[in-house]
Write a protein that binds this ligand. Structure first.
Ligand code: NAD
Length: 341
C-alpha cells in the first residue's frame, strides 16, 4: 500500500528524518523493545522523534497510548505503512514473525522507498532486523538494502519477553564491522549483551543454533519432570535436584514447566503458560534449524525429533500454539501414548 498524501504530510510535520527512529512490529517482543528504546532515547534527547507501525493498527495505537501516558511530551507518530515509517526515519528497526513478513515489509515496502530517496538520505539509513528468520532470506534482504547505499544488520535476540521488558536482551548481530558499530549504540538501549557474530546472516545462524538446543532441552525437562512425579517425587524437590546437578539448564531452572516446581520464580506455567515464547514460534525455529542443517548436510536427529513433537502439539492441541513452548509438558502429561513419535 502506498502512503497517502495526507498521512505523509502529517509525518513530515512531526518527523525530522535524522532525529527519528521507526519501529515496525509491536508484538509481544516489539512492544517492550520499542518502549525501552524510545524511553531511553527520549531521556537523552527530548527532541527525538519516534514512529511506530504494525499490520494491526490497534497494536500501534495501544503502544502510542501506553508510551504517551508515560512520556506526555514525546513526539510519537503512527505510520500506517512500512513505507511511511522509512520515509520518516533514518533508523528503522523491524521485529516481525518470520521470513514471509520480513520479505514483504522489506521487498515491497522499505527497499522501494530507499531506492526512491536521494542518495545521501539512503546512505544515512540504518536498518536493524531483530526477527528470527531464514538465514538466506535475511542475507538476500540485507544485500538488497545495502545495494541502495543503506546499512543493515541482522540482530535476532535471546532473552524472551522478560528480557525485552527488563532491557536485558542479548543481541546476536550479523553484518559489517561499521554497521555493527553503528547499531551497537541503539541495541544497547534495549539489551545488555551485543555480540558481533560475523558477516550478514551470522547473528541468525547463532540464534538458530541456540534455539535448537533450547527446543530439545525444554522437551526433555518436561519428560523428566513428568517421569519423576509418576515415581512419587515432589516437583520442587526434583527441580531442586536437577538444578543443582548435571541436568540443570535454563529450561529447568528458569522456565520449568511444572507449577510450584520453582517456588521463588514465576515461569509461564504459573500463568497457564501465558506470556512467554509461543510454541508456534519454537516450531518455526526448529524448522529453520532443519533447513540450514539440510543445506549444510549436518545431522540433527534430536532437532528432528523435537520438531516433530512441537508439530504434534500445535496440530493436536491448537490452544497450546500461542502459549509458552514449555506447555509441551502439558501435551506429554495428557498423552496416552507410551512411545510418543
Ligand atoms: P508477535 O507475533 O507477538 O509479534 C509480531 C508483530 O509483527 C505483530 O504485532 C504483528 O501484527 C506484526 N506484523 C506482522 N506482519 C506485519 C507487517 N507486514 N507489517 C507490520 N507489522 C507486522 O511475535 P513476537 O513474540 O514479538 O516475536 C517476534 C520475533 O522475535 C519472532 O521472529 C520470534 O521468533 C522472535 N523471538 C521471540 C521471543 C519471544 O519470547 N516471544 C524470544 C526471542 C525471539
Amino acid at each position: 500500500m502506498r502512503p497517502s498524501a495526507r498521512s505523509l504530510k502529517a509525518l513530515e510535520r512531526i518527523c525530522h528524518r535524522p532525529k527519528s527512529t521507526s519501529f515496525i512490529g509491536l508484538g509481544r517482543m516489539g512492544h517492550e523493545m520499542a518502549f525501552n528504546l524510545f524511553s531511553k532515547q527520549f531521556a537523552k534527547n527530548a527532541e527525538a522523534h519516534f514512529v511506530v507501525c504494525d499490520a494491526i493498527p490497534d497494536s500501534a495505537r495501544a503502544f502510542s497510548e501506553n508510551f504517551l501516558g508515560h512520556f506526555p511530551g514525546a513526539k510519537l507518530a503512527i505510520a500506517s505503512t512500512p513505507e511511511e515509517a522509512m520515509l520518516a526515519s533514518q533508523t528503522v528497526i523491524t521485529m516481525l514473525p518470520s521470513s514471509p513478513q520480513v520479505k514483504a515489509v522489506y521487498s515491497e515496502g522499505l527497499i522501494p522507498v530507499l531506492r526512491s530517496l536521494p542518495q545521501e538520505q539512503a546512505r544515512s539509513t540504518l536498518c536493524i532486523d531483530s526477527t528470527t528468520l531464514d538465514v538466506s532470506v535475511a542475507q538476500q534482504v540485507a544485500s538488497d538494502v545495502i545495494s541502495t547505499g543503506a546499512e543493515m544488520v541482522d540482530a535476532p535476540v535471546s532473552g524472551g519477553v522478560t528480557g525485552a521488558k527488563a532491557g536485558t536482551l542479548s543481541f546476536l548481530v550479523g553484518g559489517t564491522e561499521s554497521s555493527f558499530k553503528r547499531s551497537e549504540s541503539i541495541l544497547s538501549l534495549m539489551g545488555q549483551r551485543i555480540i558481533h557474530c560475523g558477516a550478514s546472516g551470522s547473528g541468525l545462524g547463532a540464534k538458530i543454533c541456540n534455539n535448537l538446543v533450547l527446543g530439545v532441552q525444554q522437551i526433555v525437562v518436561g519428560e523428566a519432570m513428568l517421569l519423576g512425579q509418576r515415581l512419587g517425587l515432589n516437583p520442587a524437590v526434583l527441580a531442586g535436584v536437577i538444578n543443582s546437578s548435571t541436568g540443570g539448564c535454563w529450561a529447568s531452572s528458569v522456565n520449568n514447566p511444572v507449577p510450584s516446581a520453582l517456588p521463588r520464580k514465576s515461569p509461564p506455567c504459573e500463568r497457564d503458560y501465558e506470556g512467554g515464547f509461543a510454541t508456534a514460534l519454537m516450531l518455526k525455529d526448529m524448522g529453520l534449524a532443519r533447513d540450514v542443517a539440510k543445506q549444510t548436510k549436518t545431522p540433527i536427529p534430536l532437532g528432528a525429533a523435537a520438531e516433530h513433537i512441537y508439530a504434534r502439539v500445535v496440530k493436536e492441541q491448537p490452544a497450546l500454539s500461542r502459549k509458552d513452548f514449555s506447555s509441551v509438558y502439558r501435551f506429554l502429561e495428557t498423552s496416552k501414548e507410551e512411545h510418543l513419535e
